[in-house]
Design a protein around this ligand. Structure first.
Ligand SMILES: [Zn+2]
Length: 143
């Protein structure tokens, strides 16, 4: 006959004993363990169900990627020397949707000015989504 250790009093008891003959402690899953296991399942089942679901296309991951792209293109057209422009990562550009439905984007870049010197500049770029297209309403250097 195999034996196991009582969880409560650590005496050796029959492996199939449901309660300890010494201290009467039930030997199944403790309530604490059951609650813990239940909590783990509740947390992980939704996670597991999400695995394998197709992820949304990346263009929908950032709703502002199109406005940022439109501002970047507009900027490149206005720059003295577009080839010299070094854009900060577009995802760092401040973006907000305004009350009138237009979107304010603040592109930041390091560009060569008319005198050939590099400087950091920030722009206010206001765009308006029109269906699949983004219309640039204004583009103004703010510093
Ligand atoms: Zn015991």
């Amino acid at each position: 006959m195999t034996e196991k250790k009582c969880k409560e009093c650590a005496m050796m008891i029959p492996a199939e004993a449901k309660t300890c003959p010494h201290c009467r402690k039930p030997q199944g899953w403790t309530t604490c363990a059951k609650v813990g296991l239940g909590a783990i399942l509740i947390i992980f089942i939704p996670v597991l169900m999400n695995i394998g679901k197709p992820t949304s296309p990346s263009k929908h991951a950032d709703p502002y990627s199109a406005p940022r792209g439109a501002c970047r293109m507009a900027l490149e057209k206005t720059l003295h020397d577009p080839g010299s422009a070094e854009f900060d990562l577009g995802s760092n550009w401040y973006v907000e949707t305004r009350k009138d439905g237009t979107i304010l984007v603040q592109p930041k870049l390091r560009a060569k000015n008319a005198f050939g010197a590099y400087r950091y500049v920030t722009y206010n770029c206001i765009v308006k989504p029109e269906g699949e297209n983004i219309r640039v309403l204004s583009l103004k250097q703010i510093n």
